[in-house]
Ligand binder design. Structure first.
Ligand code: NAD
Length: 429
């Protein structure tokens, strides 16, 4: 099938490469010319496990190409995915600016398109957006939804860090459809995927995405509350989580307590659901608390550090800047809040991350960045581990000897072999 994907970011690119590897002809569209050029050279503009190799392969065998020309990409496509960003605005609403612009761009293509195609919203959008925003803009082409083109909403559940694998091996595929004809065509794209496939309505599909992320975020804030209690009791929240997780009704996943959730999805999606519910006259008090708990959790490490030492003019190593390992994405990362707090307290920050330094420099240009964790630890008064990159598990006694005070506060659970008296967990001893 000929597939065009509008928006070639953390979702659009793994999806594009993944669909190309399933034999589809994929055109990735982006307004960012540099990104488009890089992709056409077979180079991957983001860091994601396995993606550079697959991208190189599908570009070189001409299964995938990139362009800035949306009209051309739409004219030749059977299915057009919208995968542009829907970032958070100040109050928690999502901005639909990119979705609206992309819908207008696609409408210009539809105007010139011969034959039927389906437009699929893959971006995360609040219920009613596809019906009330996207379809009217597409119909400005003079073409009619159902008759001239189809519409689906196919939420994406991939996680950054494992985006390609998640896209290729999803737990489920949800297709919200305007009508059967639209859904039938989109189902065909996934015919050789080994996953349960659910067909439903547009609004249902939109809400399934928000409800899923909100429930996962709720599990994290829940275990962080339990974790904070464990810390007071001097016991290990991971043992408690293991005990809870043995219950098949609960499951162990998303019960890893730590420095709070970040990323471009959980904080934004939970807030957007809260705001959207308000517009429907519903208050989602539980979700408000999920966010409140998470905001407090993000800077708990600094509070704990203050109990250990006076912070003024101390040097603190911050290890891990991305919101989770195996990604260079720092959006809503706890490290952003932690570095801000440390700067406010006149601390000299030495920060290191295997992949996210360049991104963090845009937010915190005025701290010291090091080339490896050893340089960050050297002469530091303490270290905070904010992201559990596997390489931090190699920290050893020799590294600790080079610190001014050999103290590591763990915001994530680590597996290194250093003396217990040198480490303290955020919610474990
Ligand atoms: P992103 O910001 O990484 O990528 C969006 C891309 O769209 C950018 O490259 C941008 O240049 C491009 N773009 C913007 N307007 C355009 C236009 N008119 N035409 C062509 N390209 C345009 O965003 P993302 O993280 O990939 O997220 C995309 C959507 O998927 C969001 O709604 C997000 O909530 C959702 N989502 C994200 C994840 C994730 O882990 N990042 C997971 C599931 C769902």
């Amino acid at each position: 099938m000929n597939i065009s994907i509008i928006g070639t970011g953390y979702v659009g690119l793994p999806a594009g490469a993944g669909l190309a590897s399933h034999g589809h002809n994929v055109t990735c569209v982006d307004i960012d010319e540099e990104k488009v050029e890089e992709i056409n050279r077979g180079r991957c503009p983001i860091y994601e496990d396995g993606l550079p190799e697959l991208l190189e392969e599908v570009v070189s065998n001409r299964q995938l190409k990139a362009t800035t020309d949306t009209i051309d990409a739409v004219k030749n496509a059977d299915v057009i995915f919208l995968a542009v960003g829907t970032p958070m605005e100040n109050e928690g609403d999502i901005t639909l600016d990119y979705i609206r612009q992309a819908s207008k761009d696609v409408a210009n293509g539809l105007e010139q398109k011969e034959g039927y195609g389906v437009v699929v919203v893959k971006s995360t959008v609040v219920p009613t957006t596809t019906e009330e925003e996207v379809i009217p803009l597409l119909e400005e082409s003079g073409k009619k939804a159902r008759k001239d083109f189809g519409v689906c909403m196919n939420p994406e559940f991939l996680r950054e860090g494992t985006a390609l694998d998640d896209f290729l091996n999803p737990d489920r595929i949800v297709i919200g459809e305007l009508d059967n004809k639209s859904g039938d065509l989109v189902e065909k794209i996934y015919s050789d995927f080994d996953a349960p496939l659910m067909r439903t309505g547009l609004k249902e599909a939109e809400l399934i995405k928000y409800a899923s992320n909100s429930l996962l975020a709720t599990k994290i804030s829940f275990i962080n509350e339990i974790g904070n209690l464990c810390k007071e009791l001097g016991i290990d929240v991971y043992e408690v989580a293991d005990g809870i997780g043995l219950d098949s009704r609960i499951e162990r996943s998303f019960l890893d307590s730590g420095a709070g959730f970040g990323g471009s999805c959980f904080p934004k999606d939970v807030r957007a659901l809260i705001k959207f519910s308000e517009t429907q006259g519903e208050k989602t008090e539980l979700l408000e608390k999920v966010i409140e708990t998470n905001v407090k959790q993000k800077t708990k490490l600094v509070e704990q550090l203050e109990k250990e030492m006076k912070l003024k003019e101390k040097t603190i190593a911050v290890l891990g800047l991305s919101f989770k390992p195996k990604t260079d994405d720092i959006r809503q990362s706890p490290a952003i809040n932690i570095i801000s707090e440390l700067k406010e307290k006149n601390v000299e920050v030495k920060a290191y991350d295997p992949k996210a330094v360049e991104n963090m420099k845009e937010i915190h240009p005025d701290i010291n960045y090091t080339d490896n964790y050893q340089h960050a630890l050297k002469n530091s008064d303490a270290a905070l581990i904010v992201t559990d990159w596997p390489e931090f598990n190699q920290i050893n006694r020799e590294d600790l000897k080079k610190m001014k005070r050999p103290l590591i506060l763990e915001g994530r659970r680590m597996k290194y072999e250093v003396p217990k008296e040198n480490t303290k967990g955020i919610t474990w001893p």
